[in-house]
Design a protein around this ligand. Structure first.
Ligand code: SF4
Length: 414
């Protein structure tokens, strides 16, 4: 009995508040759609959310819906529907599962929140900082609903962020305003914009602190926790609710650290995860790593919603910088230096790269990076083949065997 208690997983209490926030978010979007006000803007996950909030839009993030389709494993049924109308199985499986779900008239929001359909957009706003797929994804809905499609084209694969990158992006962000004014019926207000940027900055600082809890030994949370608890940073940044939520979560994590509560009791190894979660296998992988007493304490993916550059004094410039300094926008040298720093800070024993078949943008194992890292840092490295949503690309048995062998390697090094 005592032994059972020692290995029990202690759930994060703040989760219930996060679930409430998610429900409120989707119900507010549903209400806005039914009542016609406020107007609904779709935004890519690292798109110009602050501008949209400042102009009074209710903001919806289709990638979040894509993750829900993956986590509920509904994606598997919908991807072939999009494939059948010409969207290749090799492109983003968020896109294909979301478009497939739309064509079938289904959504996981119905079971979760009683919402019958995704909220129709009044305007679609993308940023290509992460990939081109988001523009093609939003283009489908622009054609379908005949609503404006506007966006920002970010420089990609960059080393240092230069002033010409920023000035170009500031012009592009400002060029969005006339369409947003027309659709929302609201005038752009600089003071309100500064206020929203300030809220995003507060959110980002708190989210960074949550992720830095992974530096503590034993860590009070896992990658599987942060993959879930990042939702407010993705879909509520710029709003006071996200700030309040991360204050609550941090308080709980600080208590855990003080009381030495480990997310994985008896934590033996600490791992860094690069690449996207395998949404449909989050629970299974979480249980596998728990049984191996190996904690994934840091990841590139969850760090993607840290935007250190936000500055109320320079809202346009800082927003342009924040959404360009991102890991996914940068070249290999920057990415390696970035990962090295987190690996050092979190006292990492080994690194797992997830090569997601349909997202080359978030897969960093394809140009020899794992081999370079292994040589440079003398850490065991594993590449898992899989996908964010398309489980046809993932072999559970093979991944399990490889992960177990990887942990044996970590055992040998200790
Ligand atoms: S970054 Fe990857 S997962 Fe995200 S929208 Fe682009 S292709 Fe899809």
């Amino acid at each position: 009995m005592a032994e059972q208690a020692a290995v029990a997983r202690q759930p994060i209490a703040a989760t219930s508040q996060m679930k409430k926030l998610m429900a409120d978010h989707f119900l507010a979007l549903d209400r806005a759609k039914k009542e016609g006000t406020p107007k609904v803007a779709w935004c890519t996950s690292v798109g110009p959310a602050e501008l949209l909030h400042s102009m009074g839009f209710q903001v919806y993030y289709p990638e979040n819906h894509g993750a829900l389709l993956g986590a509920t494993r509904m994606a598997t049924d919908f991807i072939p529907v999009a494939n059948a109308i010409g969207y290749s199985p090799d492109i983003c499986s968020y896109l294909t599962s979301d478009v497939g779900a739309y064509l079938k008239g289904m959504t996981p929001l119905t079971k979760a929140y009683g919402v019958q359909s995704i909220p129709k957009a009044d305007v679609l706003v993308y940023n290509t900082n992460q990939c081109r797929d988001v523009q093609d994804w939003f283009s489908f809905y622009a054609r379908e609903w005949k609503v404006p499609l506007i966006g920002i084209h970010t420089h990609r694969n960059i080393g240092a962020v230069e002033s010409y990158h920023i000035s170009d992006l500031v012009e592009q962000i400002q060029a969005l305003i006339p369409t947003l004014e027309e659709v929302s019926g609201n005038r752009f207000d600089m003071d309100r914009f500064r206020e929203v940027v300030g809220l995003s900055l507060e959110c980002t600082k708190l989210w960074r602190k949550v992720l830095e809890c992974g530096e503590v030994k034993p860590a009070p949370l896992t990658f599987f926790d942060t993959s879930v608890h990042m939702a407010p940073a993705v879909i509520l940044r710029g709003l006071p609710e996200a700030v309040d939520y991360y204050k609550l979560l941090l308080k709980e994590l600080d208590e855990r650290i003080e009381q030495k509560v480990a997310a994985i009791p008896g934590e033996r190894h600490r791992v860094y995860w690069d690449g996207m979660p395998i949404w449909g296998k989050l629970r299974d992988l979480s249980e596998l790593f728990f049984s191996l007493k190996t904690n994934i304490v840091a990841s590139t993916y969850c760090n993607s919603w840290i935007f250190d550059a936000f500055d109320q004094a320079q809202p346009f410039e800082s927003m342009a910088r924040a959404y360009t300094e991102l890991f996914i926008v940068r070249d290999e040298s920057y990415k390696e230096a970035y990962m090295d720093q987190w690996i050092k800070n979190c006292q990492i024993d080994g690194v797992i790269y997830h090569d997601a078949r349909t997202c080359p943008n978030n897969s960093n194992s394809r140009y020899n990076m794992p081999q370079r890292m292994s040589e440079r840092l003398s850490v065991p490295v594993l590449v898992i083949n899989g996908d964010l949503n398309d489980l046809r690309c993932y072999s559970e048995e093979q991944a399990k065997t490889n992960i177990e062998a990887f942990v044996e390697q970590l055992d040998e090094k200790h």
